[in-house]
Structures are given as structure tokens and as C-alpha cells.
Design a protein around this ligand. Structure first.
Ligand SMILES: *[C@@H]1O[C@H](CO)[C@@H](O)[C@H](O)[C@H]1NC(C)=O
Ligand SMILES: *[C@@H]1O[C@H](CO)[C@@H](O)[C@H](O)[C@H]1NC(C)=O
Ligand SMILES: *[C@@H]1O[C@H](CO)[C@@H](O)[C@H](O)[C@H]1NC(C)=O
Length: 455
């Protein structure tokens, strides 16, 4: 019997990957025995919230961070696509940078690493885990649809080569088209380091002791079943739907009392507000900003738009003043609280999985305008499979298309009503999965604890 466990957590430090993994770890520490220690291996940048939170927050008990190299040479100047270049340099520094930090964490704690809990992108952890004889538990922060698309990369590429259009070979994807698949699935590995990385991930995931997916089983039973047949163990786990209320310690909650956008929301009618937020990196091109703005001005429904100051220059002249009676701009919004307020009637989103999950958790329908990665596939699922919203026409904001979408969902009789009912239904399933003692998410969470603390 072990006297203590040491879980090394590997962070993929880009996009919105780090936060859900860290949230999972915090949740595990709240339920795991005291003698399970967690070492977070991330870059200085992705570890920053841990260093700043650890001082005064007891939710960081048993968690310690170790910096891994980001692979960027000293004095390097980024040109072109800085994000892709950063990802490339980071990947080139693996696995050496993680091995170094693992050694440091073992020396520091005096406990050998007993398990690797890693972002699924960091598939090389399969080899490291095998080398030291411990379980590998990859975490997929996105939806199961995109995970399935990657697992079926070879089949989808064969379909493309044969000029096929419909992705019918994946259970749960009936009716979806090649164009809905993440771009990396369709790219040539030789040309795209990210496509190569995701393909390698797909080839190695069957070696994992358990794959944790940031979702819940009931949202797409056919995909869940198929994933379970392809992988050793699939544990779909979501954070509590009422996360905003439950976790008073999250940084976004601290601004609750004095946050003006929540004050503004309080004054609105229930389910009347159009909330617009495209995550931290996506901004629509100028002509689409104009189309969206003109649609809002025509509908005159109350709207809350989370938009960085520098992006407001694309709005039509005088728009902010003309709409000040019913529109509100913020440069950042506490999204979970906004969606939980009961005031939002529709969420205009980029189709990122975290946003969709937060929308479902609060029973809010979606209008999606996908940008990259899994956005297109998530948005197709929103419209065609889960039927909890719709994509903007032809994937771009136009004045008319946006007016139609807003009207259909907010005032719509038949289709809009169905969409609202469907998202309420999914909210109920998500809540049950987490809250019921025998709910799927609750059971899977217990199973994850068992895998981590295996004697
Ligand atoms: C790791 O990164 C943090 C910033 O996130 C920094 O404060 C700290 O000094 C770094 N630790 C080491 C050992 O370099
Ligand atoms: C937009 O809708 C209006 C009113 O239904 C119509 O007159 C106009 O032709 C439409 N414009 C476009 C570009 O479809
Ligand atoms: C969970 O428990 C509830 C109430 O006891 C029951 O109605 C439901 O069928 C159970 N679900 C599963 C998956 O066992």
C-alpha cells in the first residue's frame, strides 16, 4: 500500500486549455485524501494564476507549480503568426522540458510520481508514463465530437481522398459534412505541426489508462458509446453547472457585487438580453462587426457585448451612443454569472466548447459564428444534433442573417420554442449528471479518484 501519491499534471499552455484542467485538479484535491500531492507542470505564464492564488487561497492545498521551459530562445522576436510559432517552439522543447520539471518535483516533494494527468495534446506522456510504470490519464478539455473527429482522422482523410462529403462512418455524426470537421483533421501532417500533434494524440490515446473528457455522457450517447469502444476507459466529467454560485472563491466571483454589467443585467427582463462574447482571441472582421451591429440596432433588443476596447473601432460611427438606451459594452464579462443571471435570451458565441458548456449549464440557446479549431464542429452539433441554437447563415454575420437568427430564437414560435425547450432539457441532464449521487459525471469522478489513488 502506498503511503502517498504524487500526480504530475502536464499543462498545454495555450488557448483555453489550462483553466479547465486546473479546475479539475482543484476539484480532485477537494475530494482526494490529504496524501495525494499535485505538481502542476506548466510554463511560467500558464502557472501565473497558481503562484498568485496560492498565497491566500485554501483551494490550492496540496498543489504546487513547477515551471517548464516554453522553448522560446532568449531575445526571440515573433513575426507572422506568433501563436503558431509559440506552439511550435513549445512542442520542440518537449518532452525534455517536462522530464526536467518531473525530476525537480520528485526531488522537492521526496515522493516519486505515481500518475501523469496531462492535457491530451501532450501525447508523449504515454511514453513517459510507460517508462516509469505509472498510469497515463489524458484530459480532453473540449467536446467529445472533436475528440471523435481526431480519433477517426485516417478514415476522414480517406473519405476526402475518395471525394466523399458526408461523415457517416462515425456513430453520432450522421448528417454532418466534411466541412464541419476541424481543419487539422483534413490537413497534411507534413505541412502542419498542429495536425501532426493531433494525429499522434489520436494514435496514442488507446494506450491511456483513462481519458477524461470535459463533457457529460447524456449529451451525445452514440458518441459516448463509440469512444468507450475505442479507448480503455472514458470518464466524462463536468464542473458543477451552478459553478458560479458554488465556487465563491473563483476570481470572477470576487467582482460580483460591484460588477456593473451584472447590475445592468438585473434591470433587464428575464431571458430578453442578447449576450455577445467571442472568447479571448476571436474578433469578427470589420464588415461582420458592422452587420452584427446593424442587426442589433434594428432589433432594438437589449444586448450585452463583451468586446475589447481596441476592437470597437470597427463599429459603425455613433453606434455606441445611439444604442446606449438598451445596449451595454464591457471589455470583459464574468461569463458564467452573466449566463446564470436568467436575463440572457440568447448567447452569440464563437462556438468554443467552454462557452457552449456554460450556455447549456444555464439553459441559454446559442447563435454560433465559428472561427477555427473545433468551433465549426461544435456549432454544427449545436444546430443539427443537440438543436439548441443555430449557426449564422454561411458562417458570417450579415445584417439580415443576424436579425433572422435573433428573431427566430427570441420570438420564434415553433423552431425557436423547440430550441429553448431542448437547451432546458440538456441543462437538466447536465445537472442530474453532476448532482445525483448516481449521476454519470459524479460516478465518473469517483472512478477517476480510484484510478489516481490505486494502491
Ligand atoms: C515560475 O514562474 C513564476 C511566474 O508564473 C515566477 O514567479 C517564478 O519565479 C518562476 N519560478 C522559477 C523557479 O523560475
Ligand atoms: C434584407 O431584408 C429586407 C427585408 O426583409 C429585404 O428587403 C432586403 O432585400 C434583404 N437584404 C438582403 C441583402 O438580403
Ligand atoms: C439514479 O437514482 C435515481 C433516483 O434514485 C433513479 O431514478 C435513477 O434511475 C438512477 N439512475 C441511474 C443511472 O442509475
Amino acid at each position: 500500500m502506498r503511503v502517498s501519491w504524487h500526480v504530475a499534471v502536464f499543462v498545454f499552455p495555450f488557448g483555453s486549455h489550462a483553466t479547465p484542467l486546473l479546475n479539475l485538479v482543484k476539484r480532485i484535491t477537494a475530494s482526494a485524501p490529504e496524501n495525494v500531492k499535485f505538481s502542476i507542470l506548466g510554463t511560467a505564464e500558464s502557472n501565473r494564476p497558481i503562484y498568485s492564488g496560492a498565497k491566500d487561497d485554501d483551494e490550492f492545498t496540496n498543489i504546487k507549480a513547477y515551471n517548464v521551459s516554453d522553448g522560446v530562445p532568449k531575445d526571440h522576436v515573433f513575426t507572422g503568426n506568433a501563436l503558431l510559432e509559440q506552439i511550435g517552439m513549445f512542442i520542440n522543447a518537449t518532452p525534455g522540458n517536462f522530464e526536467k520539471a518531473m525530476k525537480e518535483a520528485e526531488e522537492d516533494t521526496g515522493v516519486k510520481i505515481s500518475c501523469l494527468l496531462t492535457d491530451a495534446f501532450l501525447w508523449f506522456a504515454a511514453d513517459l508514463a510507460q517508462k516509469i510504470g505509472v498510469p497515463w490519464i489524458p484530459f480532453w478539455p473540449a467536446a467529445s465530437c472533436s475528440l471523435s473527429a481526431h480519433l477517426y482522422t485516417d478514415d476522414i482523410r480517406r473519405l476526402v481522398a475518395a471525394n466523399g462529403k458526408r461523415v457517416e462512418m462515425i456513430p453520432g455524426f450522421e448528417g454532418l459534412s466534411i466541412n464541419d470537421m476541424p481543419r487539422e483533421v483534413l490537413l497534411d501532417n507534413e505541412q502542419s505541426p498542429l495536425a501532426l500533434l493531433l494525429h499522434n494524440m489520436a494514435l496514442n490515446l488507446p494506450r491511456a489508462t483513462a481519458v477524461v473528457v470535459n463533457s457529460f455522457e447524456e449529451i451525445d450517447p452514440a458518441l459516448t458509446l463509440d469512444l468507450k469502444s475505442k479507448l480503455q476507459k472514458v470518464l466524462k466529467i463536468i464542473p458543477t453547472p451552478s459553478m458560479a454560485a458554488a465556487s465563491k472563491k473563483t476570481s470572477s466571483f470576487r467582482v460580483y457585487d460591484n460588477d456593473e454589467c451584472l447590475e445592468w443585467l438585473k434591470k433587464q427582463d428575464d431571458a430578453s438580453v442578447v449576450y455577445i462574447g467571442f472568447g479571448s482571441v476571436c474578433i469578427p472582421p470589420p464588415d461582420e462587426m458592422v452587420g452584427l451591429a446593424e442587426a442589433l440596432e434594428t432589433c432594438k433588443t437589449p444586448f450585452l457585448w463583451s468586446l475589447k476596447d481596441h476592437a470597437r473601432k470597427s463599429l459603425p460611427a455613433g453606434f455606441v451612443d445611439r444604442t446606449s438606451g438598451y445596449g451595454k459594452f464591457v471589455s470583459w464579462a464574468p461569463q458564467m454569472e452573466v449566463l446564470a443571471s436568467g436575463k440572457v435570451g440568447v448567447f452569440v458565441s464563437h462556438g468554443g466548447w467552454i462557452s457552449i458548456l456554460e450556455s447549456i449549464s444555464n439553459g441559454v440557446p446559442l447563435i454560433c459564428r465559428p472561427f477555427f479549431g473545433d468551433h465549426g464542429l461544435n456549432s454544427a452539433m449545436v444546430e443539427l444534433k443537440w438543436r439548441i441554437g443555430m449557426r449564422v447563415k454561411d458562417g458570417v454575420f450579415t445584417k439580415n442573417g443576424t436579425i433572422n437568427a435573433i428573431k427566430l430564437i427570441l420570438d420564434g414560435e415553433k423552431e425557436g420554442k423547440e430550441i429553448k425547450e431542448n437547451v432546458k432539457l440538456l441543462k437538466g441532464l447536465a445537472t442530474d449528471a453532476v448532482k445525483l449521487p448516481n449521476g454519470s459525471s459524479a460516478r465518473n469522478f469517483q472512478e477517476l479518484l480510484e484510478v489516481i489513488t490505486k494502491p
